[in-house]
Design a protein around this ligand. Structure first.
Ligand code: MIG
Length: 785
């Protein structure tokens, strides 16, 4: 077998397509089609979820499913009917009908109004040496979202999206492969919407009408076609089912929702202490300080530089005293260092934990510690070992871990020596020894599991933290991942630039991550590479306030990017918007709960709530933070006005209280101090006083800001840091607002859950109700709940 470094073999042979149906049989879950020597199965997993598998050889491979949480047999049986006609086989559930043509096995789905979706073209399914594909029609007015981590704007119509994880540094709008590979998308048109999860970890690619307008295609370099069709019709339903399939995020510790400060690097204890002091002295809230690679001794993972960080335990505990959590970076590359008493290398060699080439020789490449070897995380013994290595960090108080370079990003020569990016040889054996659901899983080769390297590393890390942090919830941040990464880690969008274009692009990038099931995401505020101006930084902090993960970061040899380096005006803006983030924490935290229980994104494009409004399909520069707040940020220099689209309904300006009737386009005035922000009618927004860090003091006041309208809302609260919420130790308060003849009624329902919040003052504040307010104390009303 040839050694492929960095390049996949290209295949230009013609496609063979599937023939007619020879025989159909079914049981209570799966409909089985024989066609010549090939085999097609359609499995009904839920009324809106089917799995399609097609094996040209007639033999399905024993499938390991890395992303899918439930095997087919584990889904509760869904009733369906099968009807055979001359021309088709019709399979019907309570939500959709799937029609398979007798003549050529073409699959078309229909909703209850008989509107087709996910419809195979005449070609349908095809294969050639080492590849399988399916072609489907793009309906008029159809738009495409999700695809995991992607540059550019929201809608991916007419683009090609490849799923192959790489170090995508210097990315721009034209970049294809990214750090993450999430082979999932949703196709939406008014009234109709469906999602596709392409269940392959091999190289795969979506072509959304690029090769052939009106046709989308997906291909994978593997021997079998395996995909799920998820009917919506709305994005919320698609995501709910998709995250049932690939899992949802666990609730992160509440401190992880605060502001994070990072730089490559705060490279000594002195610098870190100064940084922490600046935040507290300047009264700029901050919860987390990240330590980049320079805290280590010569980039050796799980070590500390004895010179620059002589007493990390003391540093971390002093920081903790002051309300800061410490997160340290961990890369996968382990310094190749025989006979040097480097425990990580020695243990890995002793137990044969590192990736080897097909010929058995140890694989090495070059990363930060120079010559390095790489753990094979796919092996459970390796993953356990790696997870346990984190104990040396958690024991001294490290609260979370940041995983970088895990695509994996490797050079063939020492850094600074003009090398090429490589990854493991595609035929390098990986994994093995796993026993998932009592099925022994044999080992694989890198060509199948390349896309999983980052995901499995993050999983190993998460599981290690869970084992060693005494039921404290874990915070993991990863650069690379695959579908389902949300179950173990948050994700940031890698090395962006200090450019207005990258500020602009951050919104659609994060929205598409959210539409791919990954809600806890962020971009480096201020831009990683390059030097922000004060104006760019101020605007970026306003937008960053909306990021589910709010982290400022900047690269080595760029100008400093902390909130105070650009002078008073910018500092004041940063403080105001970080303060706002902390005031909104009860609202944002409830959104995380929603994401953890339903898969809903935290940051949402407008189409998420208005999928039938054609104005929203390509609108990428306005976003919802949850269902009630909608921001229309400024992302251009010198701009103080922008057009804002307000969809159907009543809207209020967050700042001025001005009221608008949508649908309407308005011109917002936005001097540097203002990010245009709007509230939907009936909004219930719980807020708290500013804190310098999340757990600074018990919450002594909660304020419900309520705008006129009809709405129901669930406020989620708990202790914020243990896993007891999994045992119903939380408080869910149902709040309702509605209009009754001439008055507005606010109803605070019974609390669900076993956790009792501390005594605090609860204030209901009515906003936008005009002059007439509460009879007792005017605009506000105090109560207990
Ligand atoms: O080769 O650890 O994306 O956030 O600061 C660069 C140093 C390695 C890339 C990450 C970036 C991090 C940097 N890393």
């Amino acid at each position: 077998m040839p050694q492929y470094f960095g390049k996949l073999p290209i295949n230009h042979q013609p496609w063979t397509t599937i023939g007619n149906v020879d025989a159909v049989t079914w049981n209570n879950k799966t409909i089985n089609f024989e066609s010549n020597n090939s085999r097609l199965t359609i499995t009904i997993l839920a009324p809106n979820l089917i799995r399609v598998r097609f094996a040209p050889t007639g033999e399905f491979m024993p499938r390991r499913s890395w992303a899918v949480t439930l095997d087919d047999a584990e889904w509760t049986t869904t009733p369906f009917t099968v009807r055979e006609t001359q021309a088709t086989v019709e399979i019907e559930t309570s939500q959709i009908r799937v029609s398979v043509q007798q003549q050529n096995c073409r699959i078309t789905c229909f909703d209850k109004a008989k509107r087709p979706f996910a419809e195979d073209t005449e070609t349908g399914m095809g294969w050639r040496m080492g590849a399988v594909a399916v072609w489907k029609q793009i309906a008029a007015d159809e738009h495409f979202y999700g695809f995991g981590e992607r540059t550019g704007f929201l809608d991916k119509l007419s683009e090609v999206k490849t799923n192959w994880t790489i170090d995508a540094l210097d990315y721009d709008a034209l970049t294809d492969e990214m750090y993450q590979a999430i082979p999932f998308f949703m196709a939406l048109r008014p009234e109709v919407g469906y999602g596709i999860f392409f269940n392959t970890t091999f190289w795969s690619q979506f072509d959304i009408g690029a090769e052939q307008p009106g046709v989308w295609k997906m291909e994978t370099r593997s021997g079998e076609l395996d995909y799920y069709i998820i009917y919506g019709p709305e994005p919320a339903q698609i995501l709910n089912t998709y995250t049932q399939l690939t899992g949802r995020m666990p609730l992160p510790p509440k401190w992880a929702l605060g502001y994070h400060q990072c730089r490559w690097s705060y490279d000594s204890e002195i610098v870190v202490r100064e940084l922490a002091q600046e935040f507290r002295q300047r009264r700029i809230p901050c919860d987390v300080i990240h330590l980049d690679i320079d805290y280590m001794q010569g980039f050796r993972v799980f070590t500390w530089s004895s010179q620059r960080f002589p007493n990390p335990a003391k540093l971390i505990s002093d920081l903790a005293q002051d309300g800061f959590k410490t997160v340290t970076i961990i890369d996968p590359g382990v310094k190749y260092e025989p006979e040097a008493n480097y425990h990580v290398f020695d243990q890995g060699i002793e137990n044969d934990y590192f990736v080897r080439k097909a010929d058995g020789e140890l694989f090495h490449g070059y990363v930060w510690p120079d010559k390095a070897v790489f753990p094979d995380f796919l092996r459970p013994d390796v993953s356990n070992w790696w997870g346990d290595l984190h104990k040396s960090l958690t024991d001294i108080g490290v609260a979370g871990i940041w995983n970088d370079m895990n695509e994996p990003a490797i050079n063939d020569r020492p850094f600074g020596d003009d090398g090429n990016k490589i990854w493991f040889p595609l035929d390098a054996p990986q994994g093995g020894g796993e026993d998932k659901g009592n099925i022994p899983v044999s080992s694989s080769t890198h060509i199948e599991v390349h896309n999983l390297y980052g995901l499995i590393m993050a999983k190993a890390c998460y599981e290690g933290l869970e084992r060693h942090r005494n039921s404290e919830r874990s915070f993991v941040l990863t650069r690379s991942g695959y579908a389902g990464v949300q179950r173990w880690s948050s994700v940031w969008m890698g090395d962006n630039h200090s450019l207005w274009e990258h500020l602009e692009m951050s919104l659609p990038m994060l929205c598409n991550m959210g539409l791919s099931g990954v809600g806890f995401v962020g971009c480096d505020i201020g831009g990683f590479a390059g030097n922000a101006t004060g104006e760019l930084f101020a605007r970026w902090m306003q937008v960053g306030m909306l990021y589910p993960l709010m982290r400022g970061h900047s690269a080595m040899s760029t100008a400093r990017h902390e909130p105070w380096v650009f002078g008073d005006r910018v500092e004041n803006i940063c403080r105001e918007y970080i303060n706002l983030r902390y005031q909104l924490l009860p609202y944002i935290y409830s959104l995380f709960w929603e994401a953890a229980t339903t898969g809903a994104p935290i940051l949402r494009p407008l189409l998420y709530h208005f999928p039938n409004d054609p104005q929203t399909c390509t609108l990428y520069d306005q976003v919802f933070l949850g269902a009630s707040l909608m921001a229309a940020p400024i992302y251009r220099p010198g701009i103080e006005h922008r057009s804002v689209y307000l969809p159907l309904g009543t809207w209020y300006d967050w700042w001025s209280g001005e009221c608008y009737e949508g649908p309407i386009h308005i011109l917002a005035h936005a001097p540097l101090e203002r990010m245009p922000l709007y509230v939907r009618s009936g909004a219930i927004v719980p807020m708290q006083p500013v804190k310098q860090y999340v757990d600074e003091s018990p919450l002594d006041e909660i304020r419900l800001r309520i705008w006129p309208g009809n709405n129901e809302y669930q406020l989620f609260e708990d202790d914020g840091h243990t896993s007891k919420y999994q045992d119903k130790s939380f408080a869910l308060t149902n709040i309702r607002v509605f209009t009754q003849t001439s008055k507005t009624v606010v109803e605070i329902g019974a609390r669900e859950g076993k956790w009792t919040p501390p005594t605090r003052e609860a204030i209901v504040e009515l906003v936008g109700f005009g002059e007439q307010r509460f009879p007792d104390d005017g605009k506000q009303h105090r109560l207990e709940f």
